[in-house]
Design a binder for this molecule. Structure first.
Ligand code: ADP
Ligand code: MG
Length: 453
């Protein structure tokens, strides 16, 4: 019998289980794709909550502390909270070998194997059972939209995607996203799709079940949504078109229409009373530019010219009112299925504070994100085909204008400011994570700087 009974009662200060788990997790956490603070050593690990989901499976929230100064933009705060699902077994079956985190040497779990339970179909099956039966378990609350039945026994598979969270697909019918970095409050990736579903917006898969914690603070932990079978993401489709020499203008046009629909639905679903204040936006963008240039010397020669993109905001047409937006829009966040575009992943940039992600912004920010993404796609091919990206850009904006009633192409100053801000973010991101990709945003920086000169 597994010795999980040792875990009861859960100690309030978490000292006992961490005697077993602390050393193992310190090694394992920084190696995970979704661990954000890879640039600095993990110096502290504290248990915030632990719940036995079912025998042999523990749900943990841990707080990490890291030494060193975080880089701006991709900033990891000094303390970060992560959600983990750990399996505990005496003898780990060989098929779970890759999931092994290690064997505990000390504490109440000494001698037992600790592994990543998301890689264990038995655990992910039981997790779905938990979601199918709303209720309370310690600090955890499992809730659902009772009007959408979720069948039992859907076979689980862990998605192997380049993700900042972890997702499990159930029988090609549902997908469960487990948030990895947890911030207090409702996650916009639950809040926004629920609100859009309330508006009858069919562009976003509507959550059917979710779970959250009430301890140590209220926070969203996971969302189950319908899976779009046979869907391809926009990034894969764009690269395919580039590889075969096809245009992507019809798709980009439809995507523009879809995005305008989502923005319109968002504006009525989550109204915001904030008024457009381009001065504040310009100041924040300038601050981000200067901080990025501090970290990335290659940016420095362009700072003067780029700053003009932001100062121009003070005098330009204020543009559309601010509202809730997607917050991290690019071709990887849109799915094409059954001839329609769908928009997913409303979490925003996970490195930004939740309050900022949930506040109102200009929809131009999302548009600029997508326009930059066309440029990224076009730059994946040699020779570079700037015409391909330019046509996508035109088509996307035209499609957007069709539905939104205003044309992004007529908002030059706004677009330039938001594209510059996005390119600055990209430079910082690539400098930290993918230095080989630096030429992509740097080419945009040069172009945007010349336009300002
Ligand atoms: N409803 C869905 N139907 C089909 N595939 C999906 C769905 N939601 C997400 N995916 C797949 O999962 C990937 C990651 O989802 P996403 O919500 O963007 O997670 P993350 O927050 O980790 O980026 C997507 O790129 C897509 O391939
Ligand atoms: Mg995503």
């Amino acid at each position: 019998m597994p010795k999980t009974a040792y875990l009861h009662p859960i100690t309030a200060d978490g000292i006992q289980p961490m005697a077993s788990l602390g050393g193992l997790l310190r090694e394992w956490l920084p190696r995970q794709r979704w661990f954000a603070g890879k640039d600095r050593p993990l110096t502290d690990l504290r248990l915030l909550s632990m719940t036995e989901l079912f025998p042999g499976c523990l749900h943990l929230l841990v707080q990490t502390g890291q030494s060193g100064v975080p880089a701006p933009g991709g900033a990891t705060p000094a303390d970060d909270c992560y959600q983990l699902l750990l399996g505990i077994q005496e003898h780990l079956s060989p098929r779970l070998g890759r999931a092994l985190i290690g064997r505990a040497d000390f504490g109440p779990l000494a001698g037992l194997a600790v592994y990543d339970a998301l890689q264990d179909p038995r655990s992910t099956h039981l997790l779905l059972e938990r979601l199918r039966h709303p209720g309370t378990l310690g600090p955890l609350r499992f809730e659902s939209d009772a009007s959408v039945p979720v069948p039992a026994g859907l076979p689980p598979r862990l998605l192997d995607a380049e993700q900042s969270n972890s997702s499990v697909v159930y029988g090609d019918a549902f997908i469960l996203k487990l948030f990895r970095r947890i911030q207090p409050g409702i996650n916009p990736d639950l809040e926004v799709p629920v609100a859009l579903a309330g508006q009858g917006c069919g562009r976003v898969p509507a959550p059917v079940a979710w779970f959250r914690t009430t301890h140590p603070q209220e926070a969203t932990l996971g969302v189950l949504q319908p899976f779009l079978p046979g869907a391809s993401d926009g990034w894969a489709l764009a690269l395919r078109a580039l590889a075969t020499g096809d245009t992507f203008t019809a798709e980009a046009h439809e995507l523009g229409r879809a995005m305008a629909e989502v923005h319109l639905a968002l504006a009525s679903a989550l109204p915001s009373c904030a008024h457009t204040d381009n001065d504040v936006t310009a100041a924040a963008m300038t601050e981000r530019l200067e901080a990025a240039a501090h970290h990335v010397p290659a940016l420095r020669p362009f700072v003067g010219a780029l700053r003009t993109a932001f100062t121009a905001l003070a005098t330009c047409d204020p543009g559309p009112p601010v509202q809730r937006i997607h917050g991290d829009l690019h071709l990887g966040q849109v799915l094409h299925a059954g001839r329609e575009w769908f928009v997913i992943d409303f979490e925003g940039e996970p490195s930004r504070p939740l309050a900022e992600r949930r506040s109102a912004h200009s929809p131009v920010r999302d548009i600029a994100g997508m326009l930059r993404s066309f440029d990224y796609a076009a730059r994946q091919r040699h020779p570079w085909r700037p015409e391909w990206a330019r046509r996508c850009r035109e088509a996307f904006c035209a499609g957007y204008a069709d539905r939104a009633g205003w044309d992004p192409r007529k908002k030059h100053a706004l677009l330039r400011a938001y594209e510059t801000d996005r390119a600055v973010y990209e430079v910082l991101y690539e400098a930290r994570h993918r230095p080989d990709w630096m030429p992509v945003p740097m080419a945009a920086i040069e172009r945007l700087a010349v336009r300002g000169a």
